[in-house]
Write a protein that binds this ligand. Structure first.
Ligand code: 5RP
Length: 235
């Protein structure tokens, strides 16, 4: 039973990712998000590089996707060389109908928000379990925090109505350390009525480096289902 669910979700993720790759054009510089769904898109872009001689450059957002892109034969570049990106493809943890997102369960939210902001178009790929009426339903908001400021930030986040939990490593004792050398707080707020306002409040806390709330930045979301893919567009 469990195996069936896993297989179904992997198929849905891949179908959504393949739709996103249709946005890629010759010569594009592409922001590459992190996670298991966008990995299918990176593999497909790599196939096109190898089979069709497609010429693109990728800006990876984590060690995970850097290693994957290199192994797939996608040439890598930096934001210093290409401060404007043609396209960013990324995953998400929750998506609402207004195309607002919660991201960061893979811990790459800070670089992901930067490549999202640098891109002419942000395309998000998810399976349908990620689609929700309102962000925050049964899901925390990941927040990247400067380690020096941890206790101060936790106290201030509680005053904002959140319940922060320091993310712990699975194969290492102690906190998860991001690719940027910081900690992650997973903060439960319950249903979030105004994600933009919460993002601003969190960002106003000294020591908060970035939040996983991506508000009105996605242009297209592909939602993979059991058989097809739904396309949600920014209104
Ligand atoms: C990483 C992210 C990921 O895109 C998000 O967690 C979705 O991952 P997956 O596709 O593996 O479910 O935001 O910081």
């Amino acid at each position: 039973m469990r195996r069936e669910r896993v297989d179904w979700r992997e198929g849905a993720k891949k179908r959504a990712a393949l739709e996103a790759v249709k946005h890629v054009r010759e010569g594009f510089v592409i922001g590459l998000g992190s996670g298991t769904t966008v990995a299918y898109a990176v593999q497909e872009i790599g196939e096109k590089v190898r089979r069709e001689g497609l010429r693109v450059l990728g800006v990876p957002t984590s060690h995970q996707v850097l290693r994957l892109a290199v192994s797939c034969g996608i040439p890598i570049t930096t934001l210093d060389e290409h401060p404007q990106l043609d396209l960013t493809i990324d995953g998400a943890d929750q998506v609402d109908r207004k195309l607002n997102l919660i991201k960061g369960m893979g811990g790459a939210l800070m670089r992901e928000k930067i490549v999202a902001s640098a891109a002419k178009k942000l395309v998000i790929v998810v399976d349908e379990t990620k689609l929700v009426e309102k962000l925050g339903m049964n899901h925390p908001v990941p927040v990247e925090v400067l380690p020096f400021a941890l206790s101060v930030v936790m106290a201030k986040v509680r005053k904002l109505g959140g319940k922060p939990v320091l993310r712990e490593g699975k194969d290492k004792v102690g906190p998860v350390v991001t690719d940027n050398g910081n900690f992650i707080l997973d903060v439960e707020f319950g249903v979030i009525d105004d994600p933009g306002d919460l993002d601003v409040r969190l960002k106003s806390v000294p020591g908060v480096l970035e939040t996983g709330l991506f508000v009105e930045v996605a242009d297209v979301v592909y939602v993979g289902g059991r058989s097809g893919v739904q396309r949600l567009l920014k209104r």
